[in-house]
Design a protein around this ligand. Structure first.
Ligand SMILES: [Zn+2]
Length: 120
């Protein structure tokens, strides 16, 4: 069988490279791969407050916003007159689709995408 054409150098390496060799060659859309888990393995899933989708914790967008029971325009008027209006902090979890739809995060250009910056 020697020299029958079964040599790797002769016919070229036609099989896909192992995963360890492909890492540097693969295109990377985002520096963080769209998550913030780093080198950590699997993590638990959280539910989107908008659509109910199950997303990994590091992929979800969490927003904490002050919330008042009173209408914001009325609350501003009352605050100007010296009233103290109680505000509560409400934390919500969104999947990426809902966060983009609600304008919490925006689709960024190719160069901007590589930057990691705080959203709020
Ligand atoms: Zn959602």
């Amino acid at each position: 069988m020697a020299g029958a054409g079964g040599n790797l150098e002769q016919c070229g390496y036609k099989y896909p490279l192992p995963r360890s060799a492909r890492v540097g060659l693969m295109p990377k859309k985002r520096k963080s791969r769209g998550r913030h888990k780093g080198g950590k393995g699997r993590e638990y899933m959280v539910q989107c407050d908008e659509c109910g989708a199950l997303v990994p914790r590091s992929k979800a967008v969490r927003v904490t916003r002050p919330y008042t029971v009173i209408d914001p325009q009325l609350a501003r008027e009352l605050r100007n007159q010296g009233a103290i209006i109680p505000t509560y902090k409400v934390t919500k979890t969104y999947c990426i689709r809902c966060a983009v739809h609600r304008g919490i995060i925006k689709i960024r250009s190719e160069e901007e995408r590589k930057k990691i910056e705080s959203l709020w």
